[in-house]
Design a protein around this ligand. Structure first.
Ligand SMILES: [Zn+2]
Length: 85
């Protein structure tokens, strides 16, 4: 069942981030599903949001440096379990 997700996204290189809803796929056997509580937005994210390399696709949700709680793990995952921070 898809996972309803809220985020902030850039919709174009010259637009501000705006609230955005999308569905994430179910986690696969090698995936860790994290309930993201916080994220940083670093300078790499700003380059991507502004498509400074010319390769960004939109909508784009920046913020790859995250902190949260593990909600589920796939069958092949051994280093994390539900509830880990
Ligand atoms: Zn970064």
């Amino acid at each position: 069942m898809p996972i309803a997700t809220r985020a902030f996204a850039a919709t174009a290189a010259d637009k501000p981030l705006t609230p955005y809803r999308f569905d994430r796929r179910d986690p696969g056997p090698d995936d860790v599903l994290i309930d993201v509580k916080y994220c940083g937005v670093c300078h790499s994210d700003l380059h991507a949001a502004r498509s400074e390399t010319g390769r960004s696709t939109y909508p784009l949700v920046p913020g790859h440096e995250i902190a949260g709680v593990v909600k589920a793990v796939g069958a092949n995952v051994t280093r994390f379990k539900e509830g880990d921070r």
